[in-house]
Design a protein around this ligand. Sequence first.
Ligand code: ATP
Ligand code: MG
Length: 426
Amino acid sequence: MSKQIQAIRGMNDCLPTDSGLWQFVESTIRQVVASYGYNEIRTPIVESTDLFKRSIGEVTDIVEKEMYTFSDRNLDSLTLRPEGTASVVRAGNEHGLLYNQQQRLWYLGQMFRHERPQKGRYRQFHQFGVEVFGLAGPDIDAEVILLSARLWKKFGISQHVTLEINSLGSAEARAAYKVKLVSYLNERKELLDEDSLRRLETNPLRVLDSKNPQVQDAVKDAPKLIDCLDEESEKHFKGLCERLDSFGIQYRVNPALVRGLDYYNRTVFEWVTDTLGSQGTVCAGGRYDGLVEQLGGKSTQGVGFAMGLERLILMLQTLELDKNIAPSVDVYITAMEESVELYARQVGEALRDAIPQLKVMNHNGGGNFKKQMKRADNSGATLALVIGETEKETQQVAIKYLREQQPQQLVKSDELAGFMKKIFTY
Ligand code: ATP
Ligand code: MG
């Protein structure tokens, strides 16, 4: 036997046992974004490497060590997208969607980062994200946070996530703050690891983002950017807090929250959970007013977030909230003899004509009563239609309830759709 080929490490198959949960999550997301009037945008999975270098920043975890970069046959440097914002801005600039306009967009799809695979951290993963352009005020920052909060409510996990917010101020305020931070860190160089020492030279704010507990401890009492904000950013931040307060969204101001990507300014936020161990951030985002210009467009404000769907799904599974997902079959139609196979199939086709949403599975492959009923049970169906010679002759079907104690019932085939409509209320 030849050797089996395996999936790439950190890249997961979504198996039939899980796809129902994924579809439920995706359809809930689609419904919520639609309820805010947001439009979907789909961009290619592969982009020029330069796009990510210029937007995410050269001195970031993603660009330094996580990208899947390769030369294609023309020797152009291409990269599998590690995140969505850069591509959305690229597409928006390319198609003239941004300057002097307002856009409320969302996307959902695979992202790729070469990280060490572990629970909640994969090399191919999925993000749902929203990106809003052309709106400057804190009202839209509050709106995207409200949108994410509505999703937690829909999934029943509001009490398991907390919102952390911070402001990174303006570019000028950040520059002034950097001077203070660098002088503080220079006095504590012996406590920094190699990565942080390098970042101290290239991008000192990133030191605050370190995951190394020793470094985290060293920066605990560093000067805080939130205390050095410019007047406008301070007003913006206050405006956001007021709006969150008035909608009862609780939050914690976390001055160490700087986010791992270079393009943010003013508002940054994360939704974190303690149900997933160390991979606790399920959703992260903020404002990126400089990014459109940085990528060659005319200056346009932007704000958005990205949500990790694997982490969200892990949460639903950990909290056992995945149990109520509707099974993929409602009605299982048996055919107890070969001579009734056609009749059983006609019954199925007629049901699909009459009630398009009804999930109907026909039995195939023969077998005795016991075997067919076992298949019906395994399908997860609520009802089995038992069809034998007698039912065919009398143009009826026998209804067997698979999930509750109810006597078997005979229904005429031309009254079957009406009967189903009463049981399955879509
Ligand atoms: P982390 O600090 O966990 O590495 P990040 O700051 O790199 O996250 P972002 O780039 O902000 O993450 O991406 C937004 C969200 O996408 C994260 O909050 C997380 O839910 C999800 N995510 C990021 N990287 C991965 C990954 N490798 N596997 C699964 N989900 C991920
Ligand atoms: Mg990361």
